[in-house]
Design a protein around this ligand. Structure first.
Ligand code: LLP
Length: 428
C-alpha cells in the first residue's frame, strides 16, 4: 500500500500533484511519501506486538536523513554497514542502543567509532573481525556486544546478485565452524557474546527460505546454549520482498508482514530471546517514486524508444539486476488512449541504460511526465554521477506539503573535490 494515486486524472503523492513537484524542482526527482513510510513502519512493528522486538531500518535502502527521522519517530532503530551510515543514523537522532552494525569489512576506525557510540550489537562476520573488535574494545576500555552472522547455506532472493545466504557467498561465518567460532570469541577480552545473526538475501517473495534459515538458527541457539553461551537475542536480518508491479496477490507476490511474523513467532517464541529485524525495502521501496520527463520519442528500425531524463545513474536496478519497475504516466491515460510498445531508456551512453524493454504504455509525447514506481529503496542511495550527471534531488511529501530534502548539486559542487596536480600546465 502506498500514497501515490490518481485523482481527477492526475497522479498525486499524498495531497500534492506530482506535476507540481516536477515543475518546482525539475526532473529527474525522487519523491517520498511520509504517510507511506509511517504506515509501513507501523504495520511491520505491529506484526510483532507483544514480543520483545527491535525493527532496525536497514539504512542502506534509503539513507536520506529526513527519511531516517520519520522512521525514528515511529520507533525504528537502524541497521548500518559503515561509519558513514552510523553517522547518519546518529544525526537522525537514533540512539546507539537502537543501532546494529553489520557488514563484512569493518575497519578499526569504524569499530572504534561504533564502540564510542555504544551501538547495541556488532554483527560480526569473521573470526578475524572478532579479534580486531576485541583489540579495539580493550584499547578503549569498552565492551563490545557481539552476534556472529552465520551463513545458513539457504538460497534466497530475487536475483543472484542479491542472494547472500549461500555457502559460496562472502557473508557470515560458515555454518560448520559456528560453534568453534563462538567458543574462541567467548574467550576474547572485551567481547560479550549476546546473540546470533542471519540475513539470507533480499526481495524474497516466499516464506520457505526464511523458514529453513530460521529453523537452522533456532537449532544453533540450542547448541550454543548447551556450550554455555548466553544467547539472549537473535537478529533475523531483512529480506522481505515487495510488489513491484502493483499486484497484492497471485504468483510471485510476497507474503505480508503478518504471515512473516506468524512464522517467526512459531519458531522464536519458545527461545525466549529479544528479536531484531533489519527491514529495508519493505519499509521504503513503495514509499518512493522517481519522476522523469520524456525528452524524445525516437522511432528506431525495430522499436520505439522513449528517451527520458532519468538514467541508470539515477536508478541502476534495471541495469544491474534486470529489475522490473512499473512505469505510470503522471497524467492518467484517457479511456480512448492508444497504446504502444516502448523501450524506455535514459541519456547515458550505455546500452544497459534501459528502464524497460517493449513496455506497453499509453502513447507518449515529448515533455510528458511519468513515474518509475517502487523506487524508494535502493534508488537514490545507489545513484552515481556517471556522465557527470548531477544526483537527482529528493523530495519528501507530507499531506499537502512537500520539501526538498536533498537538493540537486550544482556543477561547481560536483567538481569541487578535484584539483590539478602542481606539475600540470595551468594556462587557460
Ligand atoms: N540486513 C543486511 C545485513 C543486508 O545486507 C540487507 C540488504 C538488509 C538487511 C536489508 O534487506 P531488505 O529488507 O532491504 O531486503 N541493491 C539491491 C538490494 C541489496 C540488498 C543488500 N542487503 C536491490 O536494489 O535490489
Amino acid at each position: 500500500m502506498h500514497h501515490f494515486s490518481y485523482r481527477n486524472g492526475e497522479m498525486f503523492a499524498e495531497d500534492v500533484t506530482c506535476a507540481s513537484i516536477a515543475e518546482a524542482v525539475g526532473t529527474p526527482v525522487y519523491v517520498y511519501s511520509e504517510a507511506t513510510l509511517r504506515r509501513h513502519a507501523r504495520v511491520f512493528q505491529d506484526a510483532f506486538a507483544g514480543l520483545d522486538a527491535l525493527a532496525a531500518f536497514s539504512v542502506k535502502a534509503n539513507s536520506n536523513l529526513s527519511v531516517l527521522r520519520v522512521l525514528a519517530s515511529e520507533g525504528m532503530g537502524a541497521d548500518v554497514v559503515s561509519g558513514g551510515e552510523l553517522k547518519r543514523a546518529r544525526a537522525a537522532g537514533i540512539p546507539g542502543s537502537r543501532i546494529v552494525f553489520s557488514g563484512v569489512g569493518k575497519t578499526d576506525a569504524e569499530l572504534q567509532f561504533a564502540l564510542e557510540q555504544d551501538v547495541s550489537q556488532f554483527n560480526v562476520e569473521s573470526e578475524n573481525e572478532a579479534a580486531a573488535l576485541s583489540r579495539v574494545a580493550v584499547s578503549l576500555g569498552r565492551r563490545a556486544p557481539v552476534a556472529f552472522r552465520v551463513n545458513p547455506d539457504v538460497a534466497a532472493g530475487g536475483h543472484a546478485k542479491i542472494s547472500t545466504g549461500k555457502a559460496e557467498d562472502k557473508f557470515g561465518i560458515a555454518w560448520s565452524s559456528a560453534r568453534s567460532a563462538y567458543a574462541r570469541a567467548a574467550s576474547l577480552d572485551g567481547i560479550d557474546i549476546v546473540g546470533v545473526d542471519v540475513h539470507i538475501g533480499s526481495q524474497i517473495t516466499e516464506l520457505a527460505p526464511f523458514e529453513r534459515a530460521f529453523r537452522k538458527v533456532a537449532g544453533l541457539v540450542g547448541d550454543l546454549r548447551t556450550d554455555g553461551h548466553t544467547i539472549e537475542r537473535i537478529d533475523l536480518g531483512g529480506g522481505l520482498g515487495i510488489s513491484y508491479d502493483g499486484r497484492s496477490e497471485g504468483e510471485g507476490t510476497p507474503p505480508g508482514p503478518g504471515d512473516y511474523a506468524a512464522l517467526i513467532r512459531a519458531i522464536a517464541e519458545p527461545l525466549n530471546v529479544r528479536l531484531i529485524f533489519e527491514p529495508g525495502r519493505m519499509i521504503a521501496g513503495n514509499a518512493g517514486i522517481l519522476l522523469t520527463r520524456a525528452i524524445y520519442v525516437k522511432q528506431g528500425e525495430e522499436r520505439t524508444f522513449l528517451i527520458v531524463d532519468a538514467a541508470m545513474n539515477d536508478l541502476i536496478r534495471p541495469a544491474l539486476y534486470d529489475a522490473f519497475h512499473d512505469i505510470k504516466p503522471v497524467r492518467a491515460p484517457s479511456p480512448e488512449a492508444r497504446y504502444g510498445q516502448y523501450d524506455v531508456v535514459g541519456p547515458v551512453c550505455e546500452t544497459s541504460d534501459r528502464f524497460a524493454k517493449a513496455r506497453e504504455l499509453p502513447e507518449m509525447a515529448e515533455g510528458d511526465l511519468f513515474a518509475l514506481m517502487s523506487a524508494g529503496a535502493y534508488g537514490a542511495v545507489q545513484a552515481s554521477q556517471y556522465n557527470t550527471r548531477p544526483l537527482a534531488p529528493e523530495v519528501l511529501v507530507s499531506g499537502g506539503a512537500f520539501h526538498v530534502v536533498r537538493r540537486r548539486p550544482t556543477f561547481e559542487e560536483m567538481i569541487a573535490l578535484e584539483s590539478a596536480p602542481p606539475w600540470s600546465a595551468t594556462s587557460g
